[in-house]
Design a protein. Structure first.
Length: 317
Protein backbone atom coordinates (compact mmCIF):
# COMPACT_ATOMS: atom_id res chain seq x y z
CA UNK A 1 0.00 0.00 0.00
CA UNK A 2 1.31 3.47 -0.92
CA UNK A 3 0.70 6.26 1.56
CA UNK A 4 -0.52 9.48 -0.02
CA UNK A 5 -0.64 12.94 1.46
CA UNK A 6 -3.45 15.04 0.03
CA UNK A 7 -2.23 18.13 -1.78
CA UNK A 8 1.50 17.31 -1.64
CA UNK A 9 2.05 16.64 -5.35
CA UNK A 10 -0.30 19.41 -6.46
CA UNK A 11 1.36 21.98 -4.20
CA UNK A 12 4.92 20.87 -4.81
CA UNK A 13 4.80 20.91 -8.61
CA UNK A 14 3.07 24.27 -9.00
CA UNK A 15 6.03 26.55 -9.60
CA UNK A 16 4.34 29.81 -8.71
CA UNK A 17 3.00 28.41 -5.43
CA UNK A 18 6.39 26.92 -4.56
CA UNK A 19 8.17 30.22 -5.23
CA UNK A 20 5.57 32.17 -3.27
CA UNK A 21 6.01 29.88 -0.28
CA UNK A 22 9.76 30.17 -0.65
CA UNK A 23 9.54 33.97 -0.64
CA UNK A 24 7.22 33.99 2.37
CA UNK A 25 9.38 31.49 4.24
CA UNK A 26 12.55 33.51 3.66
CA UNK A 27 10.80 36.73 4.72
CA UNK A 28 9.48 35.10 7.91
CA UNK A 29 12.89 33.56 8.48
CA UNK A 30 14.58 36.96 8.15
CA UNK A 31 12.25 38.28 10.85
CA UNK A 32 13.20 35.40 13.15
CA UNK A 33 16.88 35.93 12.30
CA UNK A 34 16.63 39.51 13.59
CA UNK A 35 15.37 38.30 16.95
CA UNK A 36 17.89 35.46 17.04
CA UNK A 37 20.66 38.04 16.52
CA UNK A 38 19.58 39.90 19.66
CA UNK A 39 19.59 36.65 21.64
CA UNK A 40 23.02 35.59 20.38
CA UNK A 41 24.73 38.96 20.93
CA UNK A 42 23.85 38.93 24.63
CA UNK A 43 24.50 35.23 25.13
CA UNK A 44 27.97 35.38 23.53
CA UNK A 45 29.34 37.62 26.27
CA UNK A 46 27.16 37.07 29.33
CA UNK A 47 25.88 33.52 28.91
CA UNK A 48 22.38 34.78 29.74
CA UNK A 49 19.14 34.57 27.76
CA UNK A 50 17.16 37.81 27.79
CA UNK A 51 13.53 36.71 27.96
CA UNK A 52 12.43 40.36 27.89
CA UNK A 53 14.03 41.00 24.48
CA UNK A 54 10.71 40.72 22.63
CA UNK A 55 8.92 43.06 25.02
CA UNK A 56 11.74 45.60 24.76
CA UNK A 57 11.27 45.52 20.99
CA UNK A 58 7.50 45.85 21.43
CA UNK A 59 7.85 48.84 23.75
CA UNK A 60 10.29 50.57 21.41
CA UNK A 61 7.88 50.05 18.50
CA UNK A 62 5.17 51.85 20.47
CA UNK A 63 7.61 54.72 21.05
CA UNK A 64 8.15 54.90 17.28
CA UNK A 65 4.35 54.90 16.90
CA UNK A 66 4.08 57.88 19.25
CA UNK A 67 6.74 59.86 17.39
CA UNK A 68 5.50 59.11 13.87
CA UNK A 69 1.72 59.08 14.34
CA UNK A 70 1.11 61.44 17.25
CA UNK A 71 4.00 63.88 16.75
CA UNK A 72 4.34 63.55 12.95
CA UNK A 73 8.05 62.75 12.94
CA UNK A 74 9.66 61.15 9.90
CA UNK A 75 9.70 57.36 10.28
CA UNK A 76 13.46 57.05 9.80
CA UNK A 77 14.23 59.91 12.17
CA UNK A 78 11.90 58.32 14.73
CA UNK A 79 13.55 54.94 14.27
CA UNK A 80 17.03 56.43 14.70
CA UNK A 81 16.03 58.33 17.85
CA UNK A 82 14.39 55.29 19.48
CA UNK A 83 17.32 53.03 18.53
CA UNK A 84 19.67 55.42 20.36
CA UNK A 85 17.34 55.60 23.37
CA UNK A 86 16.95 51.82 23.58
CA UNK A 87 20.70 51.25 23.23
CA UNK A 88 21.21 53.48 26.26
CA UNK A 89 18.41 51.63 28.05
CA UNK A 90 19.94 48.24 27.26
CA UNK A 91 23.32 49.33 28.63
CA UNK A 92 21.60 50.76 31.72
CA UNK A 93 19.67 47.54 32.34
CA UNK A 94 22.90 45.57 32.39
CA UNK A 95 24.74 48.10 34.54
CA UNK A 96 21.95 48.76 37.02
CA UNK A 97 20.09 45.44 37.19
CA UNK A 98 21.92 42.50 35.64
CA UNK A 99 25.43 43.16 36.94
CA UNK A 100 24.49 43.39 40.65
CA UNK A 101 22.43 40.19 40.45
CA UNK A 102 25.17 38.23 38.65
CA UNK A 103 27.33 38.46 41.75
CA UNK A 104 24.61 37.05 44.00
CA UNK A 105 22.84 34.34 42.03
CA UNK A 106 23.22 32.40 38.79
CA UNK A 107 19.46 32.39 38.26
CA UNK A 108 19.03 36.02 39.28
CA UNK A 109 19.44 37.52 35.77
CA UNK A 110 17.07 34.92 34.31
CA UNK A 111 14.36 35.72 36.84
CA UNK A 112 14.98 39.44 36.34
CA UNK A 113 14.47 39.28 32.57
CA UNK A 114 11.29 37.26 33.10
CA UNK A 115 10.07 39.92 35.51
CA UNK A 116 11.03 42.65 33.03
CA UNK A 117 8.98 40.80 30.40
CA UNK A 118 5.81 41.14 32.49
CA UNK A 119 6.57 44.70 33.57
CA UNK A 120 7.01 45.97 30.00
CA UNK A 121 4.03 43.97 28.75
CA UNK A 122 1.74 45.34 31.45
CA UNK A 123 3.11 48.87 31.12
CA UNK A 124 2.47 48.91 27.37
CA UNK A 125 -1.07 47.62 27.89
CA UNK A 126 -1.68 50.30 30.52
CA UNK A 127 -0.33 53.17 28.40
CA UNK A 128 -1.56 52.23 24.93
CA UNK A 129 -4.41 49.82 25.72
CA UNK A 130 -4.96 46.21 24.74
CA UNK A 131 -6.47 46.84 21.31
CA UNK A 132 -4.34 46.94 18.13
CA UNK A 133 -3.18 50.44 17.24
CA UNK A 134 -3.36 52.04 13.80
CA UNK A 135 -1.84 53.29 11.62
CA UNK A 136 1.24 51.12 12.01
CA UNK A 137 4.55 52.87 11.32
CA UNK A 138 5.83 51.76 7.91
CA UNK A 139 9.58 51.87 7.26
CA UNK A 140 8.92 50.38 3.80
CA UNK A 141 6.09 50.83 1.25
CA UNK A 142 3.26 48.58 2.41
CA UNK A 143 0.22 49.27 0.22
CA UNK A 144 -1.52 46.46 -1.69
CA UNK A 145 0.15 47.48 -4.95
CA UNK A 146 3.62 47.82 -3.45
CA UNK A 147 4.91 44.60 -4.90
CA UNK A 148 6.77 43.17 -7.87
CA UNK A 149 4.76 40.71 -9.97
CA UNK A 150 6.97 37.94 -11.36
CA UNK A 151 4.67 35.10 -12.52
CA UNK A 152 1.02 35.35 -13.52
CA UNK A 153 0.04 31.97 -12.11
CA UNK A 154 -2.51 31.01 -10.97
CA UNK A 155 -1.65 31.66 -8.24
CA UNK A 156 0.44 34.72 -8.94
CA UNK A 157 3.99 34.90 -7.66
CA UNK A 158 5.00 38.31 -6.38
CA UNK A 159 7.45 39.80 -3.91
CA UNK A 160 6.34 42.68 -1.71
CA UNK A 161 8.48 45.68 -0.96
CA UNK A 162 8.06 44.82 2.73
CA UNK A 163 9.71 41.43 2.19
CA UNK A 164 12.55 43.04 0.24
CA UNK A 165 12.94 45.55 3.06
CA UNK A 166 13.18 42.78 5.65
CA UNK A 167 15.85 40.94 3.64
CA UNK A 168 17.81 44.15 3.09
CA UNK A 169 17.61 45.05 6.78
CA UNK A 170 18.98 41.68 7.88
CA UNK A 171 21.79 41.88 5.33
CA UNK A 172 22.78 45.43 6.35
CA UNK A 173 22.67 44.64 10.09
CA UNK A 174 24.75 41.49 9.70
CA UNK A 175 27.33 43.37 7.62
CA UNK A 176 27.49 46.25 10.12
CA UNK A 177 27.79 43.92 13.12
CA UNK A 178 30.54 41.93 11.43
CA UNK A 179 32.42 45.11 10.50
CA UNK A 180 32.12 46.32 14.08
CA UNK A 181 33.34 43.04 15.57
CA UNK A 182 36.10 42.28 13.08
CA UNK A 183 37.40 45.65 11.88
CA UNK A 184 37.44 47.81 15.02
CA UNK A 185 39.34 47.75 18.30
CA UNK A 186 36.02 47.90 20.13
CA UNK A 187 34.88 44.77 18.29
CA UNK A 188 38.17 43.02 19.03
CA UNK A 189 37.73 43.74 22.72
CA UNK A 190 34.14 42.51 22.58
CA UNK A 191 35.21 39.24 20.93
CA UNK A 192 37.99 38.81 23.48
CA UNK A 193 35.49 39.11 26.33
CA UNK A 194 33.16 36.67 24.56
CA UNK A 195 36.02 34.17 24.24
CA UNK A 196 37.44 34.53 27.77
CA UNK A 197 36.30 37.26 30.13
CA UNK A 198 38.84 36.41 32.85
CA UNK A 199 41.85 36.62 30.53
CA UNK A 200 40.48 39.82 28.97
CA UNK A 201 40.32 41.44 32.39
CA UNK A 202 43.96 40.53 33.05
CA UNK A 203 45.14 42.34 29.90
CA UNK A 204 43.21 45.51 30.73
CA UNK A 205 40.05 45.15 28.65
CA UNK A 206 37.06 46.81 30.38
CA UNK A 207 34.93 43.68 30.59
CA UNK A 208 31.85 45.30 32.08
CA UNK A 209 31.77 47.95 29.36
CA UNK A 210 31.90 45.23 26.73
CA UNK A 211 29.00 43.45 28.40
CA UNK A 212 27.07 46.72 28.38
CA UNK A 213 27.91 47.06 24.69
CA UNK A 214 26.35 43.64 24.03
CA UNK A 215 23.12 44.65 25.73
CA UNK A 216 23.12 47.99 23.88
CA UNK A 217 23.60 46.33 20.49
CA UNK A 218 20.86 43.79 21.20
CA UNK A 219 18.44 46.55 22.27
CA UNK A 220 19.20 48.58 19.14
CA UNK A 221 18.76 45.64 16.78
CA UNK A 222 15.60 44.65 18.66
CA UNK A 223 14.17 48.12 18.06
CA UNK A 224 14.72 47.80 14.31
CA UNK A 225 13.25 44.29 14.42
CA UNK A 226 10.14 45.44 16.27
CA UNK A 227 9.37 48.22 13.78
CA UNK A 228 9.83 45.93 10.79
CA UNK A 229 7.89 43.03 12.31
CA UNK A 230 4.93 45.28 13.17
CA UNK A 231 4.70 46.46 9.56
CA UNK A 232 5.37 43.06 8.01
CA UNK A 233 2.74 41.29 10.13
CA UNK A 234 0.32 44.19 10.07
CA UNK A 235 -0.31 44.34 13.82
CA UNK A 236 0.81 46.53 16.69
CA UNK A 237 -0.42 45.58 20.14
CA UNK A 238 1.11 44.69 23.49
CA UNK A 239 1.43 40.99 22.59
CA UNK A 240 2.65 41.12 18.99
CA UNK A 241 6.25 40.10 19.79
CA UNK A 242 5.49 37.06 21.96
CA UNK A 243 5.44 34.37 19.27
CA UNK A 244 8.23 36.06 17.31
CA UNK A 245 10.59 35.88 20.30
CA UNK A 246 9.80 32.18 20.69
CA UNK A 247 10.72 31.57 17.06
CA UNK A 248 13.82 33.71 17.59
CA UNK A 249 14.93 31.49 20.46
CA UNK A 250 14.26 28.47 18.26
CA UNK A 251 16.41 29.97 15.49
CA UNK A 252 19.23 30.72 17.92
CA UNK A 253 19.11 27.18 19.30
CA UNK A 254 19.14 25.72 15.80
CA UNK A 255 22.02 27.87 14.53
CA UNK A 256 23.99 28.01 17.76
CA UNK A 257 23.64 30.42 20.67
CA UNK A 258 27.15 31.81 20.17
CA UNK A 259 27.14 32.21 16.38
CA UNK A 260 25.94 35.31 14.53
CA UNK A 261 25.99 33.46 11.22
CA UNK A 262 24.10 30.62 12.91
CA UNK A 263 21.40 33.05 14.05
CA UNK A 264 20.78 34.12 10.45
CA UNK A 265 20.85 30.62 8.99
CA UNK A 266 18.77 29.26 11.87
CA UNK A 267 16.17 31.99 11.38
CA UNK A 268 15.88 31.29 7.66
CA UNK A 269 15.56 27.54 8.27
CA UNK A 270 12.88 28.05 10.91
CA UNK A 271 10.95 30.33 8.53
CA UNK A 272 11.14 27.80 5.70
CA UNK A 273 10.04 24.91 7.93
CA UNK A 274 7.16 26.97 9.33
CA UNK A 275 5.97 27.85 5.82
CA UNK A 276 6.58 24.72 3.76
CA UNK A 277 5.43 21.97 6.12
CA UNK A 278 1.81 23.20 6.51
CA UNK A 279 1.69 24.27 2.83
CA UNK A 280 2.67 20.91 1.38
CA UNK A 281 1.28 18.61 4.07
CA UNK A 282 -2.20 20.00 4.53
CA UNK A 283 -3.09 17.34 7.10
CA UNK A 284 -0.70 19.00 9.53
CA UNK A 285 -2.16 22.50 9.35
CA UNK A 286 -0.60 25.87 10.10
CA UNK A 287 -1.41 25.59 13.81
CA UNK A 288 1.17 22.79 14.13
CA UNK A 289 3.98 24.68 12.39
CA UNK A 290 5.63 25.58 15.69
CA UNK A 291 5.46 21.94 16.77
CA UNK A 292 7.25 20.90 13.58
CA UNK A 293 9.91 23.56 14.08
CA UNK A 294 10.53 22.46 17.65
CA UNK A 295 10.69 18.80 16.57
CA UNK A 296 13.42 19.60 14.02
CA UNK A 297 15.33 21.61 16.62
CA UNK A 298 15.13 18.75 19.12
CA UNK A 299 16.62 16.41 16.53
CA UNK A 300 19.42 18.84 15.74
CA UNK A 301 20.22 19.47 19.39
CA UNK A 302 20.14 15.75 20.14
CA UNK A 303 22.84 15.03 17.56
CA UNK A 304 24.61 18.40 17.78
CA UNK A 305 23.85 20.13 21.12
CA UNK A 306 25.81 23.28 20.23
CA UNK A 307 23.61 23.88 17.17
CA UNK A 308 24.60 23.89 13.52
CA UNK A 309 27.24 26.62 13.79
CA UNK A 310 27.85 26.89 17.52
CA UNK A 311 31.26 26.13 19.02
CA UNK A 312 31.64 23.04 21.13
CA UNK A 313 32.59 23.81 24.69
CA UNK A 314 35.71 22.04 25.93
CA UNK A 315 36.25 21.73 29.66
CA UNK A 316 39.65 20.81 31.11
CA UNK A 317 39.87 19.10 34.46
Amino acid sequence: MILAFPGVEENFFRLSLFLQNLSNGLANGAVYALMALTVVIIYKTTGHLNFAQGEMAMFSTFLIFVLTVEHRWNIWLSLLAVVGLMMLSGAAIHRGLIRPLEKRSVLGPVILTLGLFFVLNGLAAKIWGTQPRNPIPQPFPGALNDKIDILDGPPKFFITYKAIGVWATVAVLVILVNLLLKKTKLGLAYRAVAANAESSLLVGIPVQRMLMLGWALAAGIGTVAGAIIAEYRGVLDFNFMGAVLLYGFAAAALGGFDSIAGAVVGGLLVGLIETFVPAFFTLIGAEFSLVMVLAVIMLVLYFRPQGLFGSKRVERV
